[in-house]
Design a protein around this ligand. Sequence first.
Ligand SMILES: Cc1cc2nc3c(=O)[nH]c(=O)nc-3n(C[C@H](O)[C@H](O)[C@H](O)COP(=O)(O)OP(=O)(O)OC[C@H]3O[C@@H](n4cnc5c(N)ncnc54)[C@H](O)[C@@H]3O)c2cc1C
Length: 363
Amino acid sequence: VVGGGLVGAAIGWGIARKGLEVAVLDGGDADIRASRANFGLVWVQGKGDGMPAYADWTRRSADLWKGFAHTLSEETGIDCALDQTGGIELCLSDDELAGKRAEIARMKAAHPGAYECEMLDRAELDDLLPGLGPAVLGGSLCPRDGHVNPLLLLRALHAGLAREGAVYLAGHAVEAIEYAGGSFTLRAGGASFAGLRVVIAAGLASAGLAPEVGLDAPVRPQRGQILVTERLRPFLDRPVMPLRQTAEGTLLIGDSHEDVGMDPGTDFGVMRDIAARAVAAFPALAGVRVLRAWGGLRILTPDGFPVYGLSETCPGAYVAVCHSGVTLAAAHALDLAPAIAEGHLPGGFEAFSARRFHVPQAS
Ligand SMILES: Cc1cc2nc3c(=O)[nH]c(=O)nc-3n(C[C@H](O)[C@H](O)[C@H](O)COP(=O)(O)OP(=O)(O)OC[C@H]3O[C@@H](n4cnc5c(N)ncnc54)[C@H](O)[C@@H]3O)c2cc1C
């Protein structure tokens, strides 16, 4: 497995649990890693608007999450603090309200009876969330949504890899992958590694590696910034986008979407806007101190949906890149990995092929 972030670690763990010998070759600590910079949501609402297969895959993962977290905790002793009692997205303008209503209508039409997400008016929100500011006009509630501690998730997956006998090698960025005679040779860290299968899950670096084995992973970075406050008494019993309160009491505030290339830094204007939105949602936050902030780079395909591929020219080579590796970790470990261990992708995965970006446009 090339890449030891949330995607590679979840897939590697899932494959190792099927009894195969697994090596995870990872980069170094100076790498830009979405898995160490994300918000920690297990989020269903809005996912797959325009690609029903992705909506189904996300829902599947959300449904697997409780069992997945339980198994990880049983195997490794690490509880990744899953709380999946529903999540809310707030609307602070008429445009946001109209956009959210239209999204829910589209999703319900595409998934009759399966898309559980409802609009809440201001009075309904007040019953659930005391202290909302006058700017909040409404919101949407999805009972499958939740959040975890994503750093503990990554740690648990790495502990799980070790427990299953998988080899994890940091500082082994893969430089080249060769395919000959039905097996792969990977060059990394001055050494060579041979295997019958290779899974490229190296986040943004997948774009450069995938073509070596006849695959395509057209991904680009999109920055998101997150602010973290001092610890507060529990006041949010669920994620309320753009905020979530951690089990330790700090508040994470975020959700910017910036096209700034490979720059994972922070920007005062964006941080100010993030904070202003949080204070508009909950005015009592105006006096709360922000302790730290960071930027991270999302891994985005041209349409924002995942790419999963199995190479036609180098059978046994897979690629997996996605925008929501926390949400999808359960499905990666429990559905995708077992399929790869058997030598195929899960049924219906043609929808996720990168070939969708190469369909000639009708003139
Ligand atoms: C600000 C922000 C907020 C987010 N919020 C959420 C959220 O709330 N919920 C959610 O589901 N998702 C969220 N995400 C997305 C989520 O973090 C990513 O989908 C996920 O972390 C991707 O994991 P990855 O393993 O593909 O990539 P990465 O975490 O980037 O890991 C890639 C790994 O590959 C390694 N690597 C690079 N090159 C090589 C090489 N040549 N050889 C070997 N290894 C290599 C790197 O060292 C790294 O360890 C967010 C992302 C950001 C940036």
